[in-house]
Design a protein around this ligand. Structure first.
Ligand code: AGP
Length: 586
């Protein structure tokens, strides 16, 4: 999991590569590096952030990398780009070369000397092995030996061209006039061009400033479409907010609206199913778990939810279902592996993703796109509420098509879904109150989140958001489970966030609140009902909605709570330690 970039054209390669890498820093920041053809091939690479690079050379062809370490510790030696023994070839790689040990041993026997502990370095040496004055030929031969996942970009000091290949890791080409860009993600070059070519698995491209030739791995030429992206470069920038995360929280009303408009405008996806299995990771898993309650409630069919990494351990029981894969990036390796398995078995499938042309789209029968726009902060925010929007829409529509709800009920539910953009705006009015609550939490080391039913997954999501950006130990529980063990951990003043919607869980949630209060927890409740104030230490009033839709407002209030707590603690909010935006390793 890393960000890779390439440039060939008329501008300063140093500037383009650094600008582009900055936009990809969310993909990993263990080390960074560039290689530029400046008469000869020159390389600068360092452990840590891109800002550590001191580049005193330039040219108009180059490649760059920002790393999230998998093989080899994060240090200067293991930073990309890698060169061959002659020092003329440079490569950057995102993914994992599974057979690198056997390739490396063979190359060492043949006299190649390695400088790093990474899997990626074998690619540079393989190209060198086959190089006879033609980078394209050597590149094709080299990649034919690779097993695993890769997006690779390669250059040779004696040739004015870039070669690139993609398999199970993202790679896109930016098309400018007399200049071309390569990157793991579109925002990397969006300030230069909005015309893109999205490469598919098994494709290789040969790029000069005036041409892009795409081939399959056997060398057969492929015709590719150029697509126009309508996000502006500004969309991918902070737009005046202190952090991407805050900007993205505030973009949710627009993102929910856009997603809903696109869902309404697309043709019905005619799918027949009597059971659903949802597979996802992290925040997307929590969207799936919320979706389970909504789908079961409206469709009265069983819905199971699996972590992407656990789906493979599900035994092949005699079963058939619609498999739904939720992944904002479309590149999460655990979710992709599950989608491949479901495809092999032959289950009908649906993907929900925020990234057009991402890998998940290759493994599913149908795709529903969320229109959150680029999400840069590592913590998922607007992609979560747009995933909820999509799942609710899917459930409401399927219920209508099956005659399970009346037209009046359908209209009522759809109207409430439309109102969510506004309900989320109302949550923003509570920000001052949320900041007050975050001051209490910022002083603590441990906390719990509790909810029931639909709001149990939101308790999990609130806790995930808190731990990933503030590093406070936070755990989410079904409120009724506390008394079966976790309540033993409640200590004096420990914050417990209780989600208390006005639904069938209301009374029972209040009982659970009383249980933890009696053990001296500091209870912060989220509820539309002001009576709750009597039972808790601190109340955050959330807008009144149909209780079925309460996850939207609760999730957004909890995003703000995590954000402000992390800010008070001075954390690196957009780039929390040990995490990367897109997790492309299993
Ligand atoms: C959440 O804030 C995290 N960034 C993480 O849990 C994320 O949701 C998970 O890695 C799944 O990513 P995906 O949606 O891109 O598949």
């Amino acid at each position: 999991m890393c960000g890779i970039v390439g440039y060939i054209g008329f501008r300063s390669a140093r500037e383009v590569l650094l600008n582009s890498l900055k936009k990809l820093e969310y993909r990993g920041y263990d080390s960074a590096g560039v290689a530029i053809i400046s008469e000869e091939l020159k390389i600068e690479k360092k452990k840590g952030y891109i800002d550590n690079l001191k580049i005193d050379f330039d040219g108009s062809v180059g490649i760059g990398h920002t790393r999230w370490a998998t093989h080899g510790i994060p240090d200067d030696r293991n930073a990309h780009p890698f060169t061959d023994c002659s020092g003329k070839i440079a490569i950057v790689h995102n993914g994992i070369i599974e057979n690198y040990m056997e390739l490396k041993e063979k190359l060492i026997e043949e006299g190649h000397q390695f400088k790093s502990d990474t899997d990626s370095e074998v690619i540079a040496h393989l190209i060198e092995k086959y190089y006879q004055g033609n980078l394209k030929d050597a590149f094709f031969k080299a990649i034919s030996h690779l097993r695993g996942s890769f997006a690779i970009v390669a250059i040779h000091a004696d040739e004015r061209k870039i070669m690139a290949a993609k398999k199970d890791s993202p790679l896109v080409v930016g098309i400018g006039d007399h200049e071309k860009f390569l990157a793991s993600d579109i925002p990397a070059f969006l300030s230069y061009t909005n015309r893109v070519m999205i490469l598919k698995d098994g494709e290789v491209c040969e790029v000069t400033e005036d041409m892009v030739n795409v081939y399959d791995f056997s060398g057969k030429k492929i015709e590719k479409k150029i697509e126009k992206i309508n996000w502006s470069a500004e969309d991918a920038e902070k737009g005046g907010y202190e952090h991407f995360m805050l900007k993205e929280i505030y973009e949710q009303p627009r993102a929910i609206d856009d997603t809903l408009h696109s869902l309404i405008s697309r043709n019905e996806i005619g799918m027949d199913f009597e059971k659903i299995v949802i597979v996802a990771c992290g925040t997307s898993y929590h969207a799936g778990l919320t979706g389970k309650y909504v789908l079961e409630n409206l469709l009265h069919i069983p819905v199971e939810v699996y972590y992407g990494s656990e789906y493979r351990y599900r035994a092949e029981v005699n079963d058939s279902y619609l498999a739904i894969f939720i992944t904002q990036s479309g590149e999460t390796a655990d979710t992709l592996a599950a989608a491949k398995r479901a495809k092999e078995i032959g289950f009908p499938s649906l993907g929900i993703t925020n990234v057009v042309g991402s890998s998940i789209t290759n493994y599913v029968d149908h795709v529903l796109y969320t229109y959150a726009g680029p999400e840069i902060g590592v913590a998922a925010t607007k992609t979560f509420t747009t995933q909820l929007t999509t799942l609710y829409y899917f459930a409401i529509n399927s219920a209508m098509n099956r005659g399970l709800i009346s037209k009046t009920k359908y209209r009522e539910l759809m109207n409430t879904l439309r109102e969510m953009a506004h309900a989320v705006e109302e949550v923003f009015e509570e920000e001052e109150k949320i900041i007050e609550a975050s001051k209490i939490i910022a002083e603590k080391e441990h906390m719990f989140y509790i909810g029931r039913g639909l709001n149990y997954p939101i308790a999990l999501e609130g806790a995930l958001k808190m731990k990933e950006i503030s590093y406070i130990h936070a755990e989410g529980y079904p409120a009724g489970e506390l008394k079966h063990g976790p309540i033993a951990l409640i200590s004096n003043g420990m914050p417990v966030i209780a989600l208390v919607p006005e639904d069938s869980t209301y009374e029972k949630m209040l009982s659970n609140v009383k249980e933890v209060s009696a053990r001296n927890a500091y209870v912060i409740a989220l509820s539309p009902n002001e009576d709750v104030e009597k039972y808790v230490d601190f109340l955050i009033r959330v807008p009144k909605t149909d209780p079925l839709f309460s996850p939207f407002v609760n999730a957004v209030a909890l995003q703000l709570l995590s954000y402000h707590t992390a800010k008070l603690l001075g954390r690196e909010i957009d780039k929390p330690k040990n995490l990367a935006k897109s997790v492309t390793v299993e």
